[in-house]
Design a protein around this ligand. Sequence first.
Ligand code: BEZ
Length: 212
Amino acid sequence: MATLRLGDTAPDFTADSSVGTINFYDYLGDSWGILFSHPADFTPVCTTELGTAAKFKDEFDKRNVKMLALSVDGAASHAEWIKDINEVQETTVNFPIIADEDKKVSDLYDMIHPKANSTLTVRSVFIIAPDKTVKLTLTYPASTGRNFYELLRVVDSLQLTANHKVATPANWENGQKVVVSPAISTADAKEIFKKGVEEIKPYLRMTPDPSV
Ligand code: BEZ
């Protein structure tokens, strides 16, 4: 599979998981989705990530985002590992983990980067819109655990910019001022954004979050 790019359709698949067979599209339904890979079961960083992800599930739920993890071990191994995660992270893993022993999904999503490791996945993230297009990809090496606050932050940006003609600036957090899309003239922006438009430069116009 060639690398997935933004705007590509996320490929569908059916795979075994910690909760039985899952069809990706059926699982997502009309929701947004976040698919994230873990190099292997019983590894330390992944254990912290999955425990953290479980604690963030309520926040993903609020944003209508279905979580789906992946690791290249079997479902029986996942079941044992989940016991450990629940114990040491003091949580309950509350989303499925794909059991990608044959690496079918990892290959489909190009999650194995042979120059990093030819058998394990890197830490890939795909955020997928309800129309099944890929809206964001991230790739971290095995040695760097992901920041789940950042994953929520990008979901907030993706959902805001999907519905309004705005973009989000550096370090933006939900509720802060946003950038008016460069495609809109300042005159039109003043019509669209009733809360006001601040023209710092002709190409840099700010407006309060139009979604609240
Ligand atoms: C980990 O999850 O801790 C990990 C996995 C593979 C390589 C390095 C770290």
